[in-house]
Design a protein around this ligand. Structure first.
Ligand code: UD1
Length: 420
């Protein structure tokens, strides 16, 4: 299995291209099932999760064809010939469950494996199922699979989410686009990826208002048609490389990054002493003088994202003073803490909060990546550490970061991938 070797202590300098958002691309690919016509998506990042979604759509009978030679444009389309999403694919990637709504809306039946637990928590899909039931679907559990049916078409309803869920909002928006009548999604998630999906659905002929707010109103239409859509840049990749610039004490231009998608991340990084300035074509990020401890609590957008928590904690482990990092979205998302502590960080976890007492510098060590964002946290720690760090089990990394070692090496980092 591949490992990443980093020799820390070199300030980054140069430019990093921010790719298309993984968490926008996955639901957008599922939206390709809502029509027989072609949905052409551009700015698709080259990631293992995109390949997994491609495999899933393909086995449903949907073609996913590259357009041009750069592998960043996909044309999706075809008729659904198989309504089962198998365990082997769903267990690899939870976002697979997003095919449920489109399958029910298009062909009235779906058999989708329950995703099960994952390393960052139990992550149930009850909100997805309850919402779809309100639109008229019925479900049975059979052999670890959810068997879903609709007689006739889905019917619009008012759905009030008891708490904010990104995936459930996307699932219900896709299903409601082809339901009879009006659906209101209240307490909907407001992440930029939700707005991106909504804009694409509108381009496909859906009628959605309230985009960008916590109340989406969807007037169902008979059918959707093909469209072309460019995926938004990845705000988590942006925030992660901003932390890389800061922990290395360097300055990096993040091409195509958008300030308006960063929410609380910008405020908190600035508070910690990171300079982030909007320039034509992207964001310039550099460390001002020293880094200072700053507190962060994860919340739905526009709050501080849970997907930035591990990276921010690596940064705070070398800041002056203490920081409190509180995780409110997932119950088990501190697996990077013992690994950071092996590198000399001083972090104590108390329930959902971690107290980070900054140290002058970390020391390189062999460490283990436990999930996608934790992998990047350890790479950041390695960039800021003295000596050599080996990050093991980097397959998580390739799910969501394209060519991370090449992007960082191009800015002067001493980093390489070791195969085998
Ligand atoms: C998405 C992102 C993920 C990010 C997360 C929170 C994608 C592909 N993934 O995941 O990277 O970390 O948003 O920003 O976009 N929950 C339930 N029942 C449900 C659904 C969710 O209890 O039916 C809980 C979850 O366990 C979690 C919370 O709600 O505690 C938020 O999860 P949700 O927003 O749904 O995350 P995902 O869509 O899975």
């Amino acid at each position: 299995m591949d490992r990443i070797r980093i020799r820390g202590g070199r300030p980054l300098s140069g430019e990093i291209q921010i790719g298309g958002a993984k968490n926008a691309a996955l639901p957008l690919m599922a939206a390709g099932m809502l029509t027989d016509e072609r949905l052409v998506l551009s700015n698709v990042a080259k990631l293992a999760d995109i390949q997994t979604m491609t495999a899933l759509l393909t086995q449903h009978g949907i073609a996913v064809d590259p357009v041009g030679n750069d592998g960043r444009v996909l044309s999706i389309g075809g008729s659904i010939s198989n309504t089962e999403a198998p365990y082997d694919i769903v267990r690899k990637m939870r976002a697979s469950v997003l095919v449920l709504g489109p399958l029910l809306a298009r062909v009235g039946e779906a058999r989708v494996s329950l995703p099960g637990g994952c390393s960052i928590g139990t992550r149930p899909v009850d909100l997805h199922l309850k919402g779809l039931e309100q639109l008229g679907a019925t479900f049975e559990l059979d052999g670890g699979y959810i068997d879903g049916r609709v007689s006739g078409r889905l019917r619009g309803a008012k759905i009030v989410f008891p708490f904010v869920s990104v995936g459930a909002t996307e699932q219900l928006m896709m299903a409601a686009a082809l339901a009879d009548g009006q659906t209101i999604l209240a307490n909907a998630a407001r992440e930029p990826e939700i707005a991106d999906l909504a804009h694409c659905l509108v381009a496909m002929g859906a009628r959605i208002t309230g985009i960008g707010t916590d109340q989406l109103v969807i007037e169902g239409v008979e059918r959707l048609h093909g469209a072309s859509h460019a995926i938004i840049p990845d705000r988590i990749e942006t925030g992660s490389y901003a932390c890389a610039a800061a922990i290395s004490g360097g300055s990096v231009f993040l091409r195509d990054a958008r300030l308006e998608h960063l929410g609380a991340t910008v405020r908190i990084l600035r508070e910690a002493g990171v300079d982030i300035v909007e320039e034509p074509g992207g964001l310039m990020v550099k460390r001002l003088n020293g880094l200072h401890g700053a507190d962060a609590m994860t919340e739905p957008y526009p709050g501080f994202p849970t997907d930035m928590q591990a990276q921010f904690m690596a940064l705070m482990s070398v800041a002056e003073g203490a920081s409190m990092v509180t995780e409110t979205i997932f119950e088990n998302r501190f697996m990077h803490v013992p690994e950071l502590n092996r590198m000399g960080a001083r972090i104590n976890v108390h329930g959902a909060s971690a107290i980070v007492r900054g140290v002058p510098s970390l020391k390189g060590a062999p460490v283990m990546a436990t999930d996608l964002r934790a992998s990047l946290s350890l790479i950041l720690a390695g960039l800021g550490a003295k000596g050599e760090t080996i990050v093991n089990r980097v397959y998580h990394l390739d799910r969501g970061y394209e060519a991370v070692e090449r992007k960082l090496a191009a800015c002067g980092a001493d980093i390489e991938r070791i195969g085998g």
